[in-house]
Design a protein around this ligand. Structure first.
Ligand code: IPM
Ligand code: MN
Length: 349
């Protein structure tokens, strides 16, 4: 029996998670063996327990097999000194989810590459960091700072997974950095180039992050596996959603060294549309496609869910964010989208 921990989070999180639960329940009906456990993270956890992630939740994470997380954050906590995002960063860091894979895939546009984002290091977590006051030009002035640190081991583990994945795909790996300026990027490029010696069959290329933003849009077919740092991966994955049509369509999987996995859509909590039943649930549903394949090893069910999602789109049904991307689009709600996917999933064919 596989235990799935469900953390809907904030903003549009509960609405999209509702679709995920609907689909998992149908999968159970179709024979999947799993149990759902629910808990709180982010702003909702601040409201309930005064902390963005509770010790109890961290303990629960240690006995479940996999986690689905909606999204965290919102206007409500803007001036609160406890930040919902801390809950997400903590679950990643404390459970050692060092790698986040964000597939950029669109079957009808022939787009298919993976962004491998380092997830628990770099400028997101390095010290020193802070906010302080200093006299500058005789004026007391606030200043703040973050630092980026990467060590060889952190780069090696990402590079090795990247090269191994490339071997199973198109034998191409592109490492993205800013080594014309940053010392961390210089080390990153040196280490990746060194590890490449053990993977001769894979073609390695390097790009600077600024130019990569253009190449990824213009020549996306040249890419297969991309490896990059935490911050660059965060920005690039949002950027690449321009290719698939909407930020709402991107799934992700995070892994640690204990075979625990965390699935979450790549988008944020979109507080401006929260509760309106118009959010795109595709990023979340595709995260379940990945979960079915990599946690449950149910390739058939995973494929069926994948094609059910694209079948809905092929009939022109989509949420409002995709209205200009889908031909002859008919706008439907989050719930209706989930229902249609569910309908196709349960259809005998
Ligand atoms: C993401 C998000 C998070 C990040 C935020 C919500 C902390 O943007 O998963 O891409 O920056 O990693
Ligand atoms: Mn992001």
């Amino acid at each position: 029996m596989i235990n799935i921990l469900i953390l809907p989070g904030d903003g549009i999180g509960p609405e999209i998670t509702k679709q995920v639960i609907k689909i998992i329940k149908s999968c159970i009906f179709l024979g999947l063996k799993c149990k759902l456990i629910y808990n709180y993270i982010g702003g909702i956890s601040i409201e309930k327990f005064n902390i963005p992630i509770s010790d109890k939740l961290l303990k629960i994470c240690n006995y479940v097999d996999t986690i689905f997380l909606g999204c965290v954050g919102g206007y409500k906590w803007k001036n609160c000194y406890l930040k919902p995002e801390e809950g997400l960063l903590d679950i990643r860091k404390k459970l050692n989810f060092f790698l986040n894979i964000r597939p950029i895939k669109c079957p009808y546009k022939n787009i298919d590459f993976l962004i491998l984002r380092e997830l628990i290091g770099g400028i997101y977590f390095s010290k020193p960091k802070g906010l302080s006051k200093q006299i500058i030009n005789s004026i007391p002035t606030w200043y703040s700072y973050n630092t980026e640190v990467y060590n060889e081991q952190e780069i090696i583990r990402i590079a090795r997974i990247g090269f191994n994945l490339a071997k199973t795909r198109k034998q191409k790996l592109c490492s993205i950095d800013k080594s014309n300026v940053l010392d961390t990027s210089k080390l990153w490029r040196k280490v990746v180039t060194y590890i490449h010696k053990f993977y001769n069959e894979v073609k390695l290329s390097h790009l600077y992050i600024d130019f990569a933003t253009i190449e990824l849009i213009k020549k996306y077919n040249n890419f297969d596996i991309i490896i990059t740092s935490n911050l660059f991966g965060d920005i690039l994955s949002d950027h690449c959603s321009l290719l698939t049509g909407s930020l709402g369509t991107l799934p992700s999987i995070s892994i640690n060294n204990k075979s625990l996995s965390l699935f979450e859509p790549a988008h944020g909590s979109a507080p401006d549309i929260a509760g309106l039943n118009i959010a795109n649930p595709i990023g979340s549903l595709l995260s379940i496609v990945l979960m079915l394949e990599f946690v449950f090893n149910c390739i058939k069910l995973s494929n069926k869910l994948y094609y059910s999602i694209y079948k809905v789109l092929s009939y022109g049904f989509c949420t409002i964010d995709m209205k200009n991307i889908i031909k002859n689009s008919k706008i439907i709600s989050t719930n209706e989208f989930g229902d249609l996917v569910n309908h196709f999933l349960l259809l005998n064919d």
